[in-house]
Design a protein around this ligand. Structure first.
Ligand code: TXA
Ligand code: MG
Length: 328
């Protein structure tokens, strides 16, 4: 672990460091140093085609890198600093192609964490930062998680456990500007976005639209190293244990099966999600989690359900009798 001061001088010298944000820990590099940006990809084992989020200290700084429309500006004013990432048309020549995969847009976010903001203000240069984990693995929500992931290869500033616990909501307007696509759900929900837009009489509807080509949007991501099976609740699931036999039949026989219980409050569940997944991996236990029907009808669980579905290996459903669908 290192102090904030040391992180600043390492970043000045073209190194990468892990920093806390309110969502998950990020692996940061200055956006004006391609060699440091390359280190992010090689350290994470991340494919170069997956674009990075640029973290800025405020809206004024963000305006140097993208073309802003009135509605995006309003959303940034309302939600920044915070877990909302806006994908906007980039200003040519201002953002390295390594960050955007040479695309026409750039993803921008102002994180809500005093350590990250202090580093940004001292550097006066934005930082690109994906989650500080190996590609495809569970994201880190404590400094210790980052250390476990990279051992001594990556210096990390300890900013305590992340308040939100899952990655930011990523949004992008369609070309006409009357539709807001949620590319990655997070703790800022569709309803919350729509309500904010309505308050200003912006006639914009929000829609969850997963990008299928980017790794963060693949079917399998954030996966623990042990099987996670989701059990979609139905009225008799608790009394009928035959689904346990079904789960047993789908996992290696030597693995113990544990029932995972998440808090019923989505804010608390998100804070605990990745921490629990890492613990199950360490204990080498298969896990199953009952998904109450109410979760899929409650906007506040969108981000969590998205991560759970990607992290899971299979799910069971009841259709007169228990069925198991494997994801692969
Ligand atoms: O909460 C977060 O967003 C965390 C913390 C560290 O800020 N960061 C994070 O970064 O989750 P990462 O790289 O793990 O996920 C960023 C996602 C990727 O799935 C990427 O495909 C998408 O944002 N993204 C980045 N730039 C984009 C662009 N120009 N267009 C569409 N999607 C983009
Ligand atoms: Mg990630």
């Amino acid at each position: 672990m290192i102090e904030t001061k040391e992180a600043i001088s390492l970043l000045k010298n073209g190194e990468i460091v892990a920093l806390p944000t309110e969502t998950v820990y990020g692996l940061a590099a200055r956006i004006d140093q391609d060699s440091a940006l390359k280190k992010i990809f090689t350290t994470k084992n991340r494919p170069f085609f997956d674009p990075l989020i640029v973290h800025v200290q405020d809206i004024v700084q963000a305006q140097s890198y993208a073309h802003w429309d009135e509605v995006s500006l309003y959303l940034a004013q309302e939600f920044w600093p915070g877990p909302l990432t806006l994908v906007l048309p980039k200003k040519e020549g201002q953002v390295s192609d390594l960050i955007t995969n040479a695309g026409a847009t750039v993803a921008l976010r102002c994180p809500h964490h005093s350590v990250f903001i202090e580093v940004l203000k001292r550097l006066q240069v934005p930082l690109a930062a994906p989650s500080a984990n190996l590609f495809g693995h569970t994201s880190p929500t404590t400094a210790q998680h980052v250390m476990n992931e990279f051992q001594t290869h990556v210096p990390v500033v300890d900013g305590g456990p992340c308040e939100k616990g899952i990655e930011s909501t990523v949004v992008q307007f369609d070309e006409g500007g009357d539709k807001l696509f949620i590319l990655r759900p997070g703790m800022i929900s569709k309803k919350e976005l729509e309500q904010k837009l309505l308050q200003k009489s912006f006639n914009v509807s929000a829609e969850i639209r997963h990008q299928n080509n980017a790794p963060g949007f693949l079917k399998n991501h954030y996966q623990p190293r042990v099987p996670l099976i989701l059990v979609y609740e139905n009225p008799i699931s608790e009394g009928d244990k035959s689904f346990i036999d079904l789960i047993k039949s789908s996992i290696p026989p030597e693995l113990k099966i544990t029932r995972w219980q998440l808090p019923l409050d989505p804010t608390l569940a998100a804070r605990q999600l990745y921490c629990d997944l890492r613990q199950f991996s360490e204990r080498n236990e298969a896990i199953y989690l009952t998904i109450p029907t109410a979760w899929s009808q409650d906007d506040r669980w969108q981000g969590l359900l998205d991560r759970l579905q990607k992290a899971s290996h299979a799910s069971t459903d009841f259709d007169g009798k228990w069925r198991l669908s494997s994801k692969t």
